[in-house]
Each structure stands twice: as C-alpha cells, then as structure tokens.
Write a protein that binds this ligand. Structure first.
Ligand code: FE2
Length: 319
C-alpha cells in the first residue's frame, strides 16, 4: 500500500484530537508504515512483534519494568534523555537515564549515614560533596536520593536475601549544601536478560552488562530535578554500556582511603568519592526549552489547518 493509504489513515483523526496527539501520532503512523513497507513485514513477522509487545507487559510489575529495559537496550531511553536536556543551559550536572529500579520513599539517613542495611560484601565507600546552583551558591535542604545494586549484581527488589530498601537512601544537604553517605563501590551487573530485552540482546549478539554506577535523584524547590548516574572510570564496561547511558562528564574516580587517613580512617571505608552536584533553576530550564515548544506548536498549527481543510472538503462533497 502506498503513501496514499498512509495519508488516508493520518487524515482519520477527529476534531477532538488534541494538537499534541495529532502531531505525535501522525508522525508515529508515518514511521510505522514506512518501516513496514521498507522491510516488507509479513503477517507472521507482525504477529511476532505483537507477541513481543504483549510479553513486555506480561513480564512487568512493581518490581520489574521490562518496557524500560527494552527501551534501554535499543538506546531509546538514552536518546530521550539527551533530547530532553539538549536545550538546557550548560553548567549543571549532566543527567542520565533513571533506569528500571528507582523506588521512592527510601529511608532517610543523617549526614554520613550508611545505606548498607546488611553486609553483602563489596568495598565500603564514603561519598560526599556539595550541592549548589550554577553560581556556586550552596543549596541547603536539597534532597538527595541514591541507589545502587549489591555486589551480586542485584538491586534489593530483585533479591529476596536483601532487606527492603537495602542500598538505597535519602539524604538532605546541610546549611552549607554538604551531603555525605556510606555505600559500596558500585559493581558492574547484567540487566535482567530472561525476557524480551534479553531476547533482543541475543538477536543482536550483545552482552547485557552495565558499568558499575550509582543512581541519583536530586531535587530542591524551584530547581529542576536532576536524575543521573555516576560511572566508575576503572570499570571496563564504562566504555561498553549495554544501555548506552554513559556520558564523559559523569565518569568519576574513586580514591583508595589509607588506613591511617585522619578523616575517614575510623569509618571502615576503603574508598572515597568526592562528588559535587550543580542544579539549575526550573525557570531557566523552561526558558531554554521554549524554542522546542515553539517548534512543536508551529507543526501542530500546520496539522490543524491541514485537518480542517480535509474536513471542509469532505463536508462540501457531502453537501
Ligand atoms: Fe542501575
């Protein structure tokens, strides 16, 4: 079927479709039709795709988000993250994908508290720094949520041997914007590959490994919430991430702590990570994103006009 058929499907929207729905779904229909024509998709192949999508839903629950995993292995979440922040002003900490393992309401700990609820091995690490705005002003009260997996490569919700909310915590920056916590030096792990995401990796002959990383969600009233990860420079998968989420400026260096270290020697930590975080005002982010919004608006207006012209034509034919 030709482009004429695709145009016919695209013109089927009713007048109550919102401008945004019209823009995005029109584009989606065009791309899906083009993809189908280019690859001469057969009924069997289409059915394989339908089953694949159904399996994504069937495998997902509160503890597993297969939709995100599938997005990740084809680089979609990394692309969306980059596009979302493409117009943001520079000077703040780079974002990264949130991934499928975030949980809100993690336990709150005081400055320097440990997120290790149960000994699971690994190297204890002191992570500390300061949260500021882009002018270097400390952001007292910034909320810092962190989470990472255990050395066995599993997040607590995947692992019945870990306590609820193990290796997750919420901290608040003090009056000088400072925060600190004890966690583990992060371990490389395979993303779950016993479902559709794993099938895709196998089809592409790829490994499922992610580099050792710590996830962050940092928020403060009036500031744009930062979702990011930090990556261990010494991990070999930092150069070969199965979900394409590494950015150069969020690769960090863990430093060994000497046993006679005056500041950290008695905390039982083997590493330290100094990591400062910079947030941008939400207002600034919205200002810089205005050009993207304007571009979308002009496409939406064009589509509205096009749809109206077709509707008028049909009305005349019927008259
Ligand atoms: Fe992760």
């Amino acid at each position: 079927m030709s482009q004429e058929f695709t145009d016919y499907v695209k013109s089927s929207f009713g007048p109550k479709a919102t401008p945004k729905a019209r823009r995005i779904l029109t584009s989606l229909i065009q791309h899906i039709h083009d993809f189908t024509r280019e690859n001469h998709i057969t009924v069997d192949e289409w059915m394989f795709g339908v089953d694949f999508i159904n399996r994504i839903g069937q495998m997902s629950d509160a503890r597993r988000n297969e939709g995100i995993l599938v997005s990740d292995v084809v680089g979609l979440e990394a692309l969306v993250d980059t596009l979302t922040h493409a117009s943001d002003s520079v000077g703040h900490t780079s974002s990264a994908i949130i991934g499928p393992f975030y949980r809100d309401n993690s336990p709150e700990y005081p400055y320097g508290g440990s997120i290790i609820q149960k000994e699971v091995g690994g190297e204890k690490t002191w992570v500390s720094g300061i949260v500021t705005d882009t002018n270097g002003k400390p952001l007292a009260g910034a909320k810092i949520e962190v989470w990472h997996c255990a050395p066995n490569g599993l997040y607590e919700q995947q692992d019945p041997d870990q306590p609820d909310y193990n290796l997750r915590g919420t901290f608040y920056a003090d009056e000088q914007g400072k925060y600190a916590f004890i966690g583990l030096r992060p371990t490389a792990y395979p993303i779950p590959y016993d479902g559709p995401a794993g099938d895709l990796l196998q089809m592409m002959d790829r490994h499922p490994m992610r580099p050792g990383h710590i996830h962050w969600r940092v928020s403060h009233p009036e500031f744009h919430t930062l979702i990011t990860q930090i990556y261990d420079r010494d991990c070999k998968y930092t150069k070969d991430d199965s979900v394409f989420a590494v950015k150069d400026d969020i690769i960090v260096d863990f430093k060994k702590v000497a046993s006679d270290d005056k500041e950290l020697g008695d905390k039982g930590v083997q590493n330290r990570l100094d990591y400062d975080i910079v947030l941008t005002l939400e207002e600034e982010i919205q200002k810089t994103r205005a050009s993207v919004v304007a571009k979308h608006k002009s496409i939406e207006e064009e589509l509205e006009a096009h749809h109206k012209a077709i509707a008028d034509k049909i009305a005349k034919l019927k008259a």
